[in-house]
Design a protein. Structure first.
Length: 303
């Protein structure tokens, strides 16, 4: 007989999973593995909510639950733990003529029924969950107002990191609108990226300038293919940090790990000139350290 081991949930929303193209989130469950004694909560990873053979043949026992917060799921598992231990102590593996299956003894069957009752899975179907136990699920129309670009100053140069921060801020606000302590919204991250793309569409493709003296401004270029005559350097080898805004901008114009032919070049504004293969360029303020690194790289013997 295996000893009971509760595998606790650690992330508040880990029981929530909404696959692209599906109208609803995946079903959640509590599972007891009769063979190894593990009691855990998870979502069904199968679209259509199919189950593996280990569940079909009874070795892993599952009970349906709503999409609970981690705290609620852990509390429920602790409550059913004594019943799960009775099940572990009273089952056997048998051959039914076709497959090896798990057969529960009389006390294990009784404990299984008590878990059903505790979880509200049998008449009178009284679920032991409050609204505060559930992950608050919002659709995109209910979670957004169409004004997020202005409210959060989302522009063409907003970084992915900042968009993730904005997403969390919105979700925290949504959690404050109901009894659930956590909220999720499928598609919110993609919506915010779309706002950034819309802002990019309103800007010129190239030639963004900034005010300031030449010794404080660098010119960045997204380039495809070799450009041996360019009076510019790749930032990494030159020791120049690439700002998040520049990475986001370059990514919108083809910079990607999937296309090694596209890369970044940078140079001080007073050194900028024609670059073969240039896709777009823009100016951006640079730190004194980066300007020094640029100057050193441009004036090194290899350049």
């Amino acid at each position: 007989m295996a000893d009971l081991e509760i595998i606790e949930c650690t992330s508040p929303t880990e029981l929530f999973r909404h696959y692209d193209g599906q109208s609803e989130a995946q079903a959640a469950y509590i599972e007891l593995d009769l063979r190894d004694g593990q009691l855990l909560a998870d979502y069904n990873g199968e679209i259509g909510n199919g189950v593996p053979f280990s569940v079909y043949h009874g070795f892993q026992r599952r009970w349906s639950i709503p999409v609970l917060t981690a705290d609620a799921a852990n509390r429920i598992m602790r409550e059913i733990a004594p019943l799960a231990a009775r099940m572990l102590a009273d089952w056997e593996e048998v051959w039914d003529g076709n497959n090896h299956i798990a057969r529960l003894g009389e006390d294990a069957l009784a404990a299984d029924d008590e878990i059903d009752d505790l979880l509200g899975l049998r008449p009178p179907y009284r679920r032991p969950f409050e609204e505060a136990d559930l992950v608050g699920q919002w659709d995109l129309d209910g979670a957004t107002n169409g004004c997020e670009a202005d409210e959060y100053s989302i522009t063409a140069t907003t970084s992915d990191k900042r968009l993730q921060e904005i997403e969390q801020e919105i979700l925290q606000d949504l959690a404050g609108c109901g009894d659930s302590p956590v909220a999720v919204c499928d598609g919110l991250g993609a919506y915010l990226k779309d706002l950034r793309e819309q802002a990019a569409d309103d800007l010129p493709e190239s030639g963004l300038t900034v005010e300031g003296p030449d010794d404080e401004v660098a010119v960045w270029s997204v380039v495809r293919g070799s450009s041996p005559t360019a009076r510019a350097v790749e930032p990494g080898p030159a020791g120049v940090d690439v700002p998040d805004e520049i990475l986001a901008w370059a990514g919108r114009h083809g910079l990607s790990d999937d296309d090694p032919e596209v890369y970044l070049l940078v140079t001080p504004r007073n050194e900028a000139g024609e670059i073969l293969g240039e896709i777009v360029w823009r100016e951006y303020r640079a730190t004194p350290d980066d300007m020094t690194a640029l100057s050193n790289a441009l004036n090194s013997p290899v350049n």
